[in-house]
Design a protein around this ligand. Sequence first.
Ligand SMILES: Nc1ncnc2c1ncn2[C@@H]1O[C@H](COP(=O)(O)OP(=O)(O)OP(=O)(O)O)[C@@H](O)[C@H]1O
Ligand SMILES: [Mg+2]
Length: 393
Amino acid sequence: MNERQRPVSILLVDDEPANLAALEVVLAPLGQRLVTAGSGREALRHLLREDFAVIVLDVRMPDMDGFETAELIRSRPASRITPIIFVTAFPEAEHDLERAYRIGAVDVLFKPFVPESLRSKVSVLVDLHQKQRSIAELLAKAQESNRAKSEFLNLAAHELRTPLAVIVGYLSMLADGTFGEVSPELRQAFEILTEKSEELNRIVDDLLTASRLESGVLPRRLVECDLREIARRAVRTARPQAELLSAELHLDVPEQPVMVRADPTYLARIVDNLVTNALAYSQGQPWVRITVRGGEEAVLTVEDHGIGIPREMREQVFERFVRLPSAELSPQPGTGLGLYISRELARRQGGDLQVVDSEPGRGSTLALRLPAAADPANGRQHRRPPWFAGGRG
Ligand SMILES: Nc1ncnc2c1ncn2[C@@H]1O[C@H](COP(=O)(O)OP(=O)(O)OP(=O)(O)O)[C@@H](O)[C@H]1O
Ligand SMILES: [Mg+2]
């Protein structure tokens, strides 16, 4: 059924049965569910059981009047923002108006009111409620499908790991000549197979890491390490790939150590991801520079002259499976998990990862920030930098 057409409930409150009947006649053409209440208390009882798109509330009622009823309606979280239209007699208007708007009425109608006016006002609020409801339902569906997707990927990654390890093991034995002599043609085939299984291994590993990050179980080993050393190692790791692409790979590190307290394997993974991206998302011969700076916070930046990231996508690229389409580049291998994993790992070590600068066609700079470790010179902890507030991770 079309979401917009599913009827919503409207609550009509008046102590005069004749007035209630009149309201029902006026609003019946909207085709929604009309619920009537002869007193404030009865109205509150209905509100406990049901969610209303709008409440039409008479001001003058014995026992509990419309304003007191409205205040009680507002005090409940479930109906704090339910729109209320007050209906009041003209003589008391001035005073009523002021009080009604203070309570948060969306409108005040004077008796005798024009039926079309009430109907069109209620109709707008009904429409709004239906839209909010469909958005909430869409969100719930998206969250559910997201959860199902994560569960599936987690399962798939676990199931793929063992057979993949067996394949890699046999391949290496075949290549070694364990099962007989290997001709040059076969050797080349084994090399390709080995390379592809390594690629597959990386994907499975990323899927597993992502699912562990989500469920919160990822052990870490925090030690003091020099961020310059991490950067140097990343350059060594990227060298073969860079040479294949005839890329320029620059390293700019200070003379003094830049000590951070972190898990070196996580840091290596983050920086490798950043450098791999910088090389992959560049046209022609890529240019990449890794810079390390110390101080109150330690910062490692990876800068490229690649295709760039549009401003409105600077945050989205850190979401799982988000990959940007590119007209300039041929499709690059990848799953869209690299930056998600990298940012999560950075945050779990008290740091953060951001796109600090990027312009389509000109290049990007991503920065990994980490709290500096205790100062080795005087053994004192550096003051925490401002972005570290809030204790992430
Ligand atoms: N340096 C960069 N320059 C331009 N675009 C980038 C850069 N880094 C990332 N992107 C864009 O962000 C997307 C997400 O990057 P991410 O590293 O998370 O995933 P991926 O590279 O697609 O796959 P993988 O999971 O294998 O890393 C990329 O697909 C690319 O569109
Ligand atoms: Mg990547």
